[in-house]
Ligand binder design. Sequence first.
Ligand code: MSP
Length: 646
Amino acid sequence: MNADQHDPTSGIPDRGRYYATTPIFYVNAAPHIGHAYTTILVDVVTRFHRLRGNDTFFLTGTDEHGEKVAKAAARAGLTPQAYTDQVAAEFRTTWDAMGIAYDEFIRTTEPRHQRIVREVLQKVYDNGDIFYGEYSGLYCVGAERFVTEKEIVDGKCPDSDEAPEYRTEANYFFRMEKYRPWLRDHIERNPDFIRPERYRNEVLAMLREPIGDLSISRPRSRVPWGIPLPWDEEHVTYVWFDALINYWSALVSRGEEQRYWPVVNHFIAKDIVKPHGVFWPTMLKAAGIPVYKHLNVHGYWLQDERKMSKSLGNVVGPLELQAKYGRDAFRYFLLRDMSFGLDASFNEPAIAERINADLANDLGNLLNRTLGMLTKYRRGVVPAFGALERPDEVLRDAFLALPDALSAHFDELHFERGLEEVMQAVRAANKYIAEQQPWALAKDPAQAGRLDTVLRTCLEALRCASVLLECVMPEKCRALRVQLGLPDASATLSDARHWDGLPALTTAGAGDPLFPRIDLAALQDELAADSGPPLEHKPEVDIDAFAALELRVALVTHVEPHPKADKLLVLTVQLGSETRTIVSGIRAHYTPEQLVGKQVVIIANLKPVRLRGVESQGMVLSAEDPDGSLAVVTVDRDAVPGAEVR
Ligand code: MSP
């Protein structure tokens, strides 16, 4: 059976195959949390398929050609090869340090990849789907592609947040438009080809209008860092045409395309939907290679409502976070706190809260209480079950339903829901302890058999939880099984399908606490200390001092430079029926055009002063950043000019 056709009724893990890929990351920057998320996600998914007994392959790697990388190398004062060697190694070491169990790491500068790119190009060329022509348009180096006028937001490319530049070039073109009807049809007929649905709809919307032909080469004279076209060495392959082929070349170079290509699942974020949803399937079709099985698209991790990226300078290092919160706990947070397909916001208190709630309180508590009681009441020896009562059966049945439930959620990309279901069962086990009161049973020798059953039930719950969470927290789950006294700490999903997995009479006992609580107050203090020196406050005043000030909203109707002072602007403002003149030192921060029409906040009862010969009848309020830049204070919806600010 195919890995993706999980049959929840069978009760037997799939014996299928599964192949998953991350994007190959640009080597113009060190790995950050965004790259780490996709890589951890694919690591979790492939570990889960292995746990189910599937023949699984996990590919990641680095995208090393193109202008963007060549520019980064020049900035670093290195040759492109020396530079890419260095950053590719950094990616590899980061993934190794994070315990990412990839099967293959591909670099686009490797000869095996270059050979296959040239083969694919030649095939498409021989089929007549590549022609020579001229093209003019807006090119974004950050995203390494031409962008359409329609895509541009505030003068910037939506993928990279950089301003594109106008270019005219003679290039080779791939007849992409020719394949548009076919691709539309394919997506219509295969609803889960691109998922979740919002991204399928996004691609279908792109395909409603002509997509044009794709420029697939760059003149070598301008971009020497790339793979020369097989039929014209004066041109190098466009970086996306080169990069996308990695998913195929990695398999072909190992002779494994028959084995894994039919089950290929790509995982990407929404920034690169167009190359993967439009360029790649049409390229595959033209090259006579079957299209991929699924394109799985996740949202962004945002910090302060912005996508985290190197160019935005708001990067959090994945290794730092792993060191601070623990590798497995950090993985759990990433999987649990993002709904696949949607954006999620990233901040350290959220990591700590998630760890404390789910891992320290729920799972950690179940483990500590169970092993504590086992040591106290049974000297650590795992007891046999007595007759099961209703609550024991209810808990057992809840756990034994989880392998199928988890598989179904993971297959549908609802990782957070799958994990939440496991945690609900863990919470039910804690509730079971509270209700069965083993400490009361322990006092009554007649209840010894009942106590055995309750303890054993908790131990089996923990054992099953450790199997179910194995793919997300491999180290912790293994350690948990060691604490339960299991002689072989490895696991398969079928281990969570029965309720008698612990050999009776083995000894279990707590070791180091597996899920320590994070001190949230100390974390808040530490983060506050990192966010700059404490503010210097002025002496307190009572409310009358504030009430003495008359603050009002004023509409700026006219602005001109002060005739005698180059730091000052002269504003004409309207408040009620009054018109006033205000001189303000904001000339370095605003042009007159930027201010006209704004509703600013002024102090209206300040004694008038003459500033270099012009009388100022009030003061405009503004906020000053530590670097001295100013932002005038405005109201967040239209107010009546003259409205009092209280
Ligand atoms: N080299 C191309 C991909 C070629 S694949 C044939 C590229 N590289 S990239 O380094 O820019 O990586 C983009 C990918 O990094 C995203 O699709 C996503 O997997 C990951 N992420 C980068 N920033 C991210 C967030 N802020 N949030 C989530 N994922 C992010 O594009």
